[in-house]
Design a protein around this ligand. Structure first.
Ligand code: NAI
Ligand code: MG
Length: 482
């Protein structure tokens, strides 16, 4: 496949398309019908070595010497090229990940926004002067880590590239990106567009491959100075352990079990689209998906009924049919989600959407499912499902709501629906999450908004200006001049 001039079965290293040194490839599957879209490179340790070396060369060369304003200009140019190619990027993502076309298009716009935001931010990051002893001038410098490793998942490739590579390049790092084996095409396309935009060769390298091969090699590489990872808790632990050997910082974004808390005085009409969409967007394969809906007892039946009515109208089908829900990314992910549905056999199904009748049989479809009357300790109310599945849990009062909302091992996003201003402020403080939404739900959107978790959801913050601190290290300079 050669859309946008990419070579889909190669790595992009040092500005050139190079075959993986082993010569091995992997099949990239279209989850809408189970067919092979194309072959991708099965990169491994030797390719990671080459990519890290190319990144280091870029830092020693023109990229390392570029001013902040010059870096920002390149990012702005990349953003413009992303917008110019938005339809092609959206189609690639839709076919690769199974996203309905509208959702894939929204991801393209988010990618462009990240480039615009970090383009503008690049020359706004600066150090401080610090009053000190007589005869001294002390100041701080914000410096790039050097070579940054980016291991990303398949659920939002473009958004995650935008937020992590955007901030890393803005601050003058050189990147090695390992996309997920399930979805690589927009990562390769992005790197090609970045090269066309004038990013020096080696400043951004892409090595597709398996997690246990290319991913593990990137994490363990002694020439990598920072690792950002988005994905499962299990792999997050491996990454943090590997980073310990090299004593390098990591940013981990590991998903969640994010609640929306609906109080008795909530504006249900305003809440309803958020309650459902935040659960089924991207077929629920969203780190910040709202998979738990907590409802105060006296509105509980009403909320379940209103959500069930929406669920009954949801339709799942091929990405290019652009329905409410696409397939899951793979049949492996479908098996995971179906396993959870079986664990919910003891629960009441309030409503299910439909997989359209002519959906291809090889596709990874799961009918959106709403469970009601769920107890907070049920496995479906505790574990991340990563599919179009939500549970509704009743609660008695504010303390009860907080206990249930904070009663999982995760803490990524939470939201609270109430008209009571004092309660809004109390809840914002009491909810355990990296982002709290009051009378809305962000579902991971918001380029400008710092994002990340606590507990098993991970640590470190991406997005917004805050991310620039994570991608830099601080040097203090103390000058004695008498
Ligand atoms: P995963 O964590 O295995 O994959 C994410 C990325 O990590 C991919 O690029 C993969 O190649 C890489 N990877 C895998 N093993 C690695 C290793 N040993 N060293 C370095 N990199 C490695 O996630 P997977 O298997 O695709 O999904 C399983 C579950 O993980 C999902 O059901 C969901 O619960 C969670 N998940 C959460 C995401 C989030 O946005 N926070 C994204 C994707 C998955
Ligand atoms: Mg795919």
């Amino acid at each position: 496949m050669k859309p946008l001039g990419i070579s889909s079965d190669r790595c992009l290293i040092g500005g050139s398309w190079v075959a993986p040194q082993s010569g091995k490839v992997l099949d990239l599957i279209n989850p809408s019908d189970g067919t092979v879209l194309c072959e991708i490179a099965r990169g491994a340790e030797a390719d990671i070595d080459a990519a890290v070396a190319a990144a280091e060369d870029a830092l020693q060369g023109s990229w390392g010497k570029a001013t902040a304003a010059e870096r920002g200009r390149v990012l702005a140019h990349i953003g413009a090229l992303v917008l110019e190619n938005k339809d092609t990027l959206a189609e690639l993502e839709a076919q690769d990940v199974g996203k309905p076309l509208k959702q894939a298009s929204a991801d393209v716009l988010a990618l462009a926004r990240y480039m615009e935001f970090y383009a503008g931010a690049a020359d706004k990051l600066h150090g401080q002067t610090i009053p000190y002893l007589d005869g001294y001038t002390v100041y701080t410098l914000r410096e790039p880590h050097g070579v940054t490793g980016h291991i990303i998942p398949w659920n939002y490739p473009m958004q995650i590239i935008g937020r992590s590579v955007g901030a890393a390049l803005a601050t003058g790092n050189a990147c090695v990106l390992k996309p997920a084996e399930e979805a690589c095409l927009t990562a390769l396309a992005f790197a090609e567009l970045a090269n066309r935009a004038g990013l020096p060769p080696g400043a951004m390298n892409v090595v597709p491959g398996l997690g246990a091969e290319a991913g593990a090699a990137l994490t363990a590489h002694p020439g990598v100075h920072h690792v950002s990872f988005t994905g499962s808790v299990g792999v997050g632990k491996l990454i943090q352990r590997a980073a310990a050997d090299n004593i390098v910082p990591v940013t981990l974004e590991l998903g969640g079990k994010s609640p929306q808390v609906v109080f008795e005085d909530a504006d249900l009409e305003a809440a309803l689209p958020f309650l459902v969409n935040a659960g089924i967007q991207n077929a629920g394969q969203t780190c910040s998906a709202s998979s738990r809906i907590l409802v105060q007892q006296n509105r509980y039946a009403e909320v379940v009924e209103a959500m069930a009515n929406r669920y009954a109208k949801l339709r799942a089908g091929p990405a290019l049919a652009d329905l409410d829900v696409g397939p899951l990314v793979s049949n492996r992910q479908k098996d995971i989600v179906e396993g959870f549905l079986q664990k919910g056999a003891d629960l009441e199904i309030a409503a299910q959407g439909q997989v359209i009748g002519d959906a291809p049989t090889g596709g990874a479809y799961v009918a959106p499912t709403l469970f009601a009357g769920v107890t907070p300790d049920h496995v479906l109310a505790q574990d991340e499902i990563f599919g179009p599945v939500q549970v509704v849990i009743p609660f008695a009062d504010e303390d009860d709501a907080v206990a249930i909302a904070n009663g999982t091992d995760f803490g990524l996003v939470a939201s609270c629906w109430t008209q009571d201003g004092a309660r809004q402020l109390r809840m914002a403080k009491r909810l355990r999450a990296g982002q709290v939404f009051l009378n809305n739900y962000g579902a991971g959107g918001g380029v400008e908004l710092p994002f990340g978790g606590t507990g098993l959801s991970g640590h470190g913050r991406e997005k917004g200006f805050e991310a620039l601190y994570g991608f830099t290290t601080l040097k203090t300079v103390a000058a004695f001049h008498g």
